[in-house]
Structures are given as C-alpha cells and as structure tokens.
Design a protein around this ligand. Structure first.
Ligand code: TRP
Ligand code: SF4
Length: 413
C-alpha cells in the first residue's frame, strides 16, 4: 500500500505527509511574503496535509508593549492568504491562541529543555542586538523557539517550511523531540510489545520488516527505512501505539511519540525591495499586497536607479540598478533584452524602463486585491473558515496533548 492511500492520523505516520508553518501578525503582508513564502505554501497545499497558522503568541514575544497591531494584522493576514489562493479546503488555517493546547505543550516541553539550548539559539542574541528599542530580556522571548517547537510537534509535522533564520529553531525542535522520546518513550516491556506488534502484521510482513530494519541499522540504507515506514503505515490492524513502537524500534530508540521534523528550507526570497535590499518592513522598502495602484505606481516611479544615469542621455548599467532586479522577476526575455540594450546605450530613459514593471506588478496585485475585496465583504465567511480551521487544529492538538500527558504520567485516577 502506498503512503498516500493512507489517511494520515496524528501519529508518526504523518512524518512524510504533514506540513506546518506560521507567520507572525505584526504588519502588512508584502510582495516579499508573496514571492518568498506564500507561493511556496500554494504548492505545498496540494502535495501535503498542511497546517498554516497565525502566530499571535509569537507576535506578543516582541510586541508585548503595544499588541494593538496584532488583531488587525491577523485578520488581514488571513484574508490575504485566502486571496492569494491558500485554500481552506486543502489547508487547515488557524490562530495559535485559539488552540490553547500549544501553551500546555510549551509548558510541558519546558520541563525537559535545558536553558543553555535556548540561550544558544542564534536569534536570541541577534534579535536582542537588532531590536535595541525593545526590551527582549524576557522569559517569553527566551522561550519563543520552544513555543515554536510546541507548534511543530503538536501536529507531528514532518516538514516545516522556513527561511534560513528559522532553521536553528527546527533544529532545536529535533533535539527536544529526541529528548522527549528518550525520556518518555521507554516502556518497561518495550521489546515484548514490539514482538507482539510484529506478530499482528503477519509472518511475511514481520520477516520483511526485520530484513529492512537490519538493512537500515547495519548499512544505513535510507531506502530500506522508507520502505519499512511505508510498511508500518500500511498495516490496517495494528494500533497507533503499536505503529509508534515499531517506528521507534526501526530507528533504534524507544517509542517515538513526537517525531523529529525537518526544515524545508525556503529559498531566500528573490524579491528585492524598492531600494534593492531584501524587501522588509524594517527597511521601509516594501510594496504591500494592499497598496493601491496609485501607491504602487508612485513607489516604483520613485525607485532609485543606477546613480550613473544623472541625465537622460547618460548610459547606465542594469547590474547597478534595483529596477533591473524587478525585471528579472517580472519580465520576459524580450523586455529584458530591451532594457539591457536601451539602458547601456541611453536609448531608453528610466521612466520608460519602469513602465513594464509597474504593469507587471499591478497585473499580479489587482486580481489579489479583487479577491481581498470579496472576502472583506463577507466577514461571516471568513469567520467560519477560521472557526472551522481552529476546530480542526484543536482536534489534532487534543490528541497529541493526551498522548503527551500520558507519557509524562499526568493521568488522573
Ligand atoms: N517564528 C516564525 C517566524 O518568526 C513563525 C512561526 C511560529 C513558525 N511558529 C512556527 C514557523 C512554526 C514555522 C513553524 O517567522
Ligand atoms: Fe535602471 Fe532601467 Fe534606468 Fe537602466 S534604464 S538605470 S535598468 S531603471
């Protein structure tokens, strides 16, 4: 049985099928988000079971003194996601604070997380240095990568699309999961239970499983690992816990309760800002998804160009011009040829050169803005989408929290 004919449960079997990612609602979405993150999500939502969430608690870790920007940003963020084509039918969309299980998991994971692991996360010091105007010497800020670990482990996501700066957080998540499984995945009768689970698979499958396990453990054969995982997933008559035991046994540990995720590195966004640096709110060089056509036009018209082109008759070099970077994203070969030639020979002026960029950016934004308008006009629909997503997320979260509570001996009589 192939992995994709198997309905994913909240178990180790989600490792190859589930994706989770989040965004902090601390401002307007811009073209950098669209080209760097959302287009990636749009593809992933067809291939995987996706959970995308609005990380409002994460926003509080830096914006606790003035959280008033959060609710509006969150609402617009959700609508912008929908307007770009994120489909609530294929992806579960939710708000972190509406799934309070995240807070419980964060707390429980904090029990086994050494302080040093958090202090060594590069963003901890970097952000404190970078955001000097904020006092980030708080408990919440130190713990925020662990909150992110809780977000990820809650859904047992195998893949986490993140930018370069967040890879260390996924790495921390892996360490925390490993530690958790090591400490709480040990059952006194683990080996006996594994044997029992194998028996339930039938003789032939059990033998195949042993063979694959040896090939993986002795020769590091990755393919054998994948086949064995699929074999486990394909077993209809074993329990979830048995699946986890077999997975743990396969990889040489105890029972895997929280599977280790992998970062799905999002290529650095090619989208430059208006000044040629990376597009970012903090550089004040963005084109927001909701900017009016007039604002977009004005922003592009006032973009800096090759400083050598003081007069219209001075030739320029596209390599020294941020407008050229926009052409590389938005223009076809023909237009680019026209730019290269026209710029170097001063046959075209910068205003001419910018015109196709203005048209292409507007061509991209106007349909998105049209859909934004449609969603804005249907607040009930948007609310329903969010409520459904939160409820779906919560079902998974409750399941995981239940397992974690059991593993950590938090069970009532
Ligand atoms: N910390 C991420 C950021 O600042 C947002 C985030 C929160 C996230 N939880 C996550 C991303 C879990 C991926 C997975 O962009
Ligand atoms: Fe830049 Fe185009 Fe002007 Fe050349 S002609 S400097 S590429 S805007």
């Amino acid at each position: 049985m192939s992995a994709d004919s198997f309905k994913p449960l909240a178990s180790v079997s989600t490792q190859n099928t589930r994706v989770l990612s989040g965004m902090r609602p601390t401002g307007r979405l811009h073209l950098g988000h669209y080209h760097g993150v959302l287009k990636n999500w749009l593809e992933l939502q067809h291939e995987y079971e996706c959970f995308f969430f609005i990380a409002d608690w994460h926003a509080l870790t830096t914006h606790y003194e003035d959280p008033s920007i959060i609710p509006g940003s969150a609402r617009e963020m959700l609508i912008d996601w929908l307007a770009t084509g994120i489909n609530p039918g294929s992806a579960t969309l939710f708000v972190q604070s509406r799934v309070p299980e995240h807070a419980e998991l964060h707390l429980l994971l904090s029990m086994i997380t050494p302080l040093g692991w958090l202090e060594r996360v590069p963003t901890y010091k970097d952000q404190q240095d970078k955001l000097k105007e904020l006092d980030l010497s708080t408990y919440g800020f130190l713990g925020y990568p662990l909150l992110q670990s809780a977000d990820i482990l809650m859904y047992k996501a195998g893949r986490v699309p993140v930018g370069e700066d967040q890879v260390a957080h996924v790495e921390l998540t892996r360490e925390v999961a490993r530690r958790f499984n090591h400490v709480y995945g040990r059952e006194p009768d683990f080996e006996a239970r594994v044997e029992k689970a194998k028996k339930k698979m039938g003789k032939k499958n059990a033998k195949l499983f042993d063979k694959l396990q040896r090939r993986y453990r002795e020769q590091g054969d990755q393919e054998a690992l994948d086949v064995a995982r699929a074999l486990i997933q394909g077993q209809a008559n074993i329990t979830l816990a048995d699946r986890e035991r077999l997975s743990g046994h396969l990889e040489g540990g105890g029972r895997v309760i929280l599977p280790e995720p992998q970062a799905l590195l999002t290529k650095a966004s090619k989208m430059p800002g208006l000044d040629g640096q990376k597009m970012s709110k903090s550089y004040d060089n963005i084109i927001a998804l909701r900017d009016t056509p007039q604002e977009v036009e004005k922003a592009i018209k006032t973009m800096p160009t090759d400083p050598a082109r003081v007069r219209r008759t001075d030739p320029g070099d596209p390599e020294k011009c941020p407008v050229w970077q926009f052409h590389q994203i938005y223009s076809n070969d023909e237009v680019r040829k026209w730019v290269r030639k026209g710029c170097r020979s001063a046959e075209i002026g910068c205003i001419d050169c910018k015109q196709p960029v203005i048209e292409a950016v507007l061509g991209e934004l106007i349909p998105i803005q049209q859909r934004i308008k449609e969603y804005e006009a249907q607040p009930d629909l948007v609310r329903r989408i969010l409520n459904d997503g939160c409820e779906r997320a919560r079902e998974v979260a409750r399941e995981t929290i239940d397992e974690v509570r059991h593993a950590m001996s938090l069970v009532m009589l």
